[in-house]
Design a protein around this ligand. Structure first.
Ligand code: FRU
Length: 514
């Protein structure tokens, strides 16, 4: 009898312990376990995040600052949040780096290491880290002054742990252009000057400086007649793969009419002499055809020995970013990617590749042997697990589509694939889950295939609320978010009334970074 009572008591205690960590409570066990919380993408612990900012590598650390509003899950007075990582995969959250001040909110910008202390802001020890950002002054905006955005700097002499705002701010004042923001600074070795590129409404402006403090306007670049709002540019040299040729890439995010609606990241390829960017302004390309990769910029000061051009973007879209159904926080970043430039029959194109460091979250993998699929073929997955990397190569069928379908037990699904007739890749999130928060969300998105193929190669990263497709060796990339009522627990290759030949496949289980 006593044993029976003891066992009953033990069972009651165990079940109490279980309810103590149910979602919705605030216990440590729930941390990064909330509904839709990305498991291998960066997201803030709580509250609102948008653009990545101040991405710089220094002393073994990748810094990621970001647009942050610590008091709410919607946009508000902007701060720079801060995190660091040794591999761009696992992140350590650090205290807020920059707070709004009398000159305004802290909008997007960049950071560099001032190796030779050209600014004089170093303290004689290590070179200072300089953050260059836009001050956005609310009073001026309310009074419609058109001069309420200007560029300022702050410096850190302790590896980015604390920043002091420069007392002579702003360093670039506004001549009367309402949208005048998002400075990205680089060192231009040939002219031995700092270069600043930022968005000025429908174009970018370029400045140079010997010391990060005194800036001179040199040129602007835009598309004649273009009236879209440009934001968050980046400018960098990159070697064309397989040649000794160097070109310059100008990245710019565009606030409307992205390839599938709303905001998206684009680029131009050209040349830069330290003053003027000469690129074909009729040849604007999309870096990512999905709806959810905005404000992508690259890391500064990645060591030459590494040589990669590393980037990430904000994984959302201004069309619905403030309405998405996450409760404690809003938004995540895309996977970190390395960019390569290719000369494709005389046209220069960027390809994006998930960084190799992501191998650290790869667990067991299952190889799938070549076979013809007619109907559905279920890929090997594990119960209660939804984080996967898929590598699939197909022979191009003569008709129809190649479809990879992710689904759950409540009849929600998301499809990723290739359409033979339209020669495009697609992500269909029409029936992916929650979508009543925005009319712009549930939809079928397409991405231009890079070339006509006999073989269709797709690498797909599936997290709990995002999918990233790297097709055609990274030339056609699509990043989309989604919000299923239950995590997807089934992955199938679907070939309805068709023969689809899988050449080879691999399913790799991924683990959480939190
Ligand atoms: C882009 C952007 C930037 C601006 C920031 C404000 O998403 O609009 O142009 O600096 O967000 O948070």
């Amino acid at each position: 009898m006593r044993l029976f009572l003891f066992l009953t008591l033990l069972l009651i205690l165990m079940s109490c312990e279980k309810t103590a960590v149910q979602p919705g409570s605030t216990g440590e066990a729930d941390r990064y376990n909330e509904d839709h919380r990305p498991q291998f993408h960066f997201s803030p612990e709580a509250n609102w995040m948008n653009d990545p900012n101040g991405m710089v590598y220094y002393e073994g650390e990748y810094h990621l600052f970001y647009q942050y509003y610590p008091d709410s899950t919607v946009w508000g007075p902007m701060h720079w949040g801060h995190a660091v990582s040794q591999d761009m995969v696992s992140w350590e959250h650090l205290p807020i780096a920059l707070y709004p001040d009398s000159l305004g909110y802290i909008f997007s910008g960049s950071a560099v290491i001032d190796w030779d202390n050209t600014s004089g802001l170093g303290d004689g020890g290590e070179p200072p880290m300089i953050a260059i950002f836009t001050h956005h002054e609310m009073e001026g905006e309310r009074n419609k002054t058109n001069t309420f955005q200007y560029q300022s700097i702050a410096y850190s002499n302790d590896r980015g742990r604390t920043f002091v705002k420069y007392e002579g701010n702003p360093v670039v004042s506004n001549p009367g252009i309402k949208d005048f923001r998002d400075p990205k600074v680089i060192w231009h070795e040939a002219t031995k000057k700092w270069i600043m590129v930022f968005a000025a409404y429908d174009k970018v402006r370029i400045y140079n400086s010997p010391n990060l403090i005194d800036w001179t306007f040199t040129s602007e670049f835009g598309i004649p007649g273009d009236k879209r709002l440009w934001e968050c540019p980046d400018l960098f040299p990159i070697q064309v793969e397989g040649s000794g040729e160097e070109k310059w890439v100008l990245i710019t995010s565009i606030q409307k009419e992205g390839p599938n609606g709303g905001t998206a990241t684009s680029y131009f390829v050209g040349d830069f002499d330290g003053a003027t960017f000469k690129g074909d302004n009729k040849n604007q390309k999309w870096l990512d055809y999905g709806t959810d990769n905005y404000a992508l910029v690259t890391w500064a000061d990645v060591p030459k020995s590494d040589g990669r051009r590393l980037a990430l973007g904000w994984m959302s879209n201004w069309q619905y970013a403030q309405q998405v159904p996450t409760e404690k926080w809003r938004s995540a970043m895309t996977l970190p990617r390395s960019l390569t430039l290719h000369n494709s029959s005389g046209d220069y194109v960027l390809r994006s590749h998930p960084v190799k460091e992501l191998e650290s979250i790869e667990k067991e993998s299952n190889a799938i042997s070549g076979q013809t699929i007619n109907g559905t073929f279920e890929l090997p997955t594990q119960p209660n697990h939804s984080l996967y990397k898929l590598e699939l190569s197909f022979e191009r069928p003569s008709k129809g589509i190649v479809e990879v379908r992710f689904s759950n037990d409540v009849d929600e699904s998301l499809s990723v694939g290739y359409s033979v007739a339209d020669q495009h890749y697609f992500i269909d999130r029409t029936f992916a889950g929650k979508d009543d928060f925005s009319d712009a969300f549930a939809d079928y998105h397409t991405g231009e295939a890079a070339y006509s193929h006999d073989q269709i190669d797709m690498v797909i990263y599936a997290d709990l609320s995002s999918i990233e497709l790297f097709a055609d060796q990274g030339q056609c990339v699509m990043t989309d978010i989604f919000f299923p009522n239950e995590p997807y627990n089934k992955i199938e290759i679907v070939a309805e009334n068709n023969d689809v030949k899988l050449i080879k496949g691999k399913v790799t289980k991924l683990s959480s970074i939190w």
